[in-house]
Design a protein around this ligand. Structure first.
Ligand SMILES: Nc1ncnc2c1ncn2[C@@H]1O[C@H](COP(=O)(O)OP(=O)(O)OP(=O)(O)O)[C@@H](O)[C@H]1O
Ligand SMILES: O=P(O)(O)O[C@@H]1[C@H](O)[C@H](O)[C@@H](OP(=O)(O)O)[C@H](OP(=O)(O)O)[C@H]1O
Length: 492
């Protein structure tokens, strides 16, 4: 969300991303890392108390031993684009999805890279007991923190390139964004806390400030990850107003648009070779399932290292179901775990004060599971989450009409849960028909077996014997049906 084009990394290749995110390597390996992928790793992050001017604080609280001051409740959204947003030259710099790593070759798989760094095994010692205990509070299903030596390097599935760094101790640094910081702080005191990465305050590294939070992948071993953007609207009402006041057509978005559908721009946009951000965002919503289902899949990374961010046109239920089924490898237990977790989340969202009083736009649900069958879902990305002026609240289900600020988040979640329920029902009925087929097969085998035992008593067999058509091994194929019928008749 925080866009600092000057410091934004170019669309990272997988290896580069790993290099910049996974540190610090042991000195012995460091030169190898540098030789392979410059630049060298940065120094450890320094925790700072977030009371500097310009760092908005709204609450007195103490996270990770940090105490914070208080300022006016003024939120600045992290996404500035649309009215000055990413310059055209940033095309290719911004999103990981622009350089989709679909079908990464095995040689570029994350796991393989990890093996290049035996030093990583030593770092398991740095995962302290207190960290493990903090993490324990966050997950309400399994308190296991996977030892670092077993962990694959951190992976960013989608989002702004260059926004993240790992802290190496089960924590993650995301480029500082004041409104996101406010949300994360508030969420730590809300019933939603178990569904959000634990927030540890602001930290600085290399002159850049970051929000420090739990790395949700640290609970998993070679995780499969899915990012789903929630809600029926992906831009803030505020963005719409600003775009009307100061329209700033974007060339980069025009290019992203024609890359997907050359016919999408209007004749006017074709002449300008640029589109407004809000227009681009609306087009993305209707092209995908955002407008019809209230959520869309942004990207999926599987445990084999393959990563797919090619979901811009994944719109219809059947397509979404197909992608979800592929994400869980048709594993019914995982589907059930995810359904359960989403139902729990829905119950908590309906009770949450934070949720009631915030317009939640552009936020994602991060789905993570691994081979062990553990599965978790967390809310991430609050850069475009804006508080409502009191006493206004949102129900998150009503359709959006400009001015009501409804975001369709719960409507999307309802649809998501319904899809999973439907998938489970199909798997259930498939299981039943498989069981029925298996039973029929078993009965046939038993009866056939029986038939060879009881042929002496079956009148048909006697007939066959007297006609010389009996085979020593039992009935020959053409007569088998009669034989079985005879046996069954006898049993009656
Ligand atoms: N706490 C976390 N733990 C593990 N992975 C995370 C965490 N937060 C974010 N990620 C990873 O980073 C990706 C992008 O996250 P996020 O949406 O917060 O970034 P962003 O740059 O603000 O994205 P956007 O372009 O949608 O605004 C996610 O898809 C996920 O892979
Ligand atoms: O997925 P795409 O097609 O690449 O489109 C991007 C996506 O909608 C992001 O959510 C948005 O960032 P925000 O959510 O922060 O607005 C970004 O705007 P940006 O280019 O202005 O960062 C878009 O370019």
């Amino acid at each position: 969300m925080t866009k600092t084009p000057s410091s934004a990394a170019p669309c990272p290749r997988v290896g580069d991303m790993i290099q910049s995110l996974h540190w610090p390597p042991q000195p012995a390996q460091q030169s190898r890392v540098v030789a392979l992928r410059a630049p060298p790793p940065p120094p450890p992050p320094e925790l700072v108390v977030t009371c500097e001017p310009g760092v908005a604080q709204t609450e007195h609280r103490n996270t990770s031993g940090l105490s914070c001051g208080s300022q006016a409740d003024e939120e600045s959204q992290c996404s500035d684009s649309g009215f000055g947003g990413s310059p055209a030259s940033s095309l290719g710099l911004r999103k990981l999805s622009d350089c989709s790593s679909v079908g990464l070759s095995p040689s570029s798989s994350f796991e393989e890279y990890e093996e290049e760094f035996p030093g990583n095994t030593d770092r398991k010692d740095t995962a302290t007991r207190s960290d493990a205990e903090k993490n324990k509070n966050m997950v309400n299903w399994s308190p296991v923190v996977v030892p670092l030596k077993e962990r694959a390097p951190w992976v960013q599935v989608v989002g702004h390139a260059g926004n993240f760094q790992t802290a190496g101790d089960g924590k993650l640094l995301k480029k500082y964004c004041a409104s996101e910081q406010q949300c994360l702080q508030r969420l730590m005191d809300d019933v939603l806390q178990p569904f959000v990465p634990r927030y540890h305050g602001v930290t600085r590294r290399d002159e850049q400030e970051y929000n420090l939070m739990d790395d949700l992948l640290s609970f998993f071993d070679s995780p499969c990850i899915m990012d789903c953007k929630m809600g029926s609207r992906t831009y803030l009402e505020e963005e719409l107003k600003k775009a009307r006041k100061h329209p700033q057509p974007r060339k980069d978005m025009y290019e992203k648009m024609i890359a997907v559908d050359p016919e999408a721009p209007t004749p006017e946009e074709k002449v300008q070779q640029a589109v407004l951000k809000t227009r681009y965002m609306q087009w993305r919503e209707t092209l995908s399932s955002t407008a019809t289902l209230g959520f869309r899949i942004e990207g999926i990374k599987k445990s084999d290292g393959s990563c797919n961010t090619n979901f811009k046109r994944t719109k219809y239920k059947e397509e979404v179901v197909q992608a979800l089924d592929d994400f869980v490898d048709s594993n019914v237990t995982l589907l059930r775990n995810y359904q359960q977790r989403l139902k729990e989340l829905r119950l908590v969202l309906e009770k949450s004060h934070f949720f009631r009083t915030h317009e939640v736009v552009g936020s994602s649900l991060l789905f993570v599971h691994d081979q062990s069958g553990r599965a978790g879902v967390w809310m991430i990305d609050f850069g475009k989450t804006a508080s409502m002026p009191p006493p206004l609240t949102l129900d998150h289900r009503s359709p959006w009409v400009e001015g009501n600020r409804e975001d369709g988040y719960l409507w999307g979640l309802d649809n998501f849960i319904d899809l999973l329920t439907g998938m489970l029902a199909v798997h259930g009925s498939q299981d039943k028909s498989h069981t029925a087929l298996l039973l029929v097969y078993l009965v046939c085998v038993v009866v056939l077996n029986w038939s060879t035992q009881c042929h002496h008593f079956a009148p048909e067999c006697k007939k066959l014997q007297s006609s010389g058509m009996w085979h020593e091994s039992g009935c020959s194929k053409p007569q088998r049906r009669n034989h079985i019928a005879g046996c069954v008749h006898m049993l009656k």
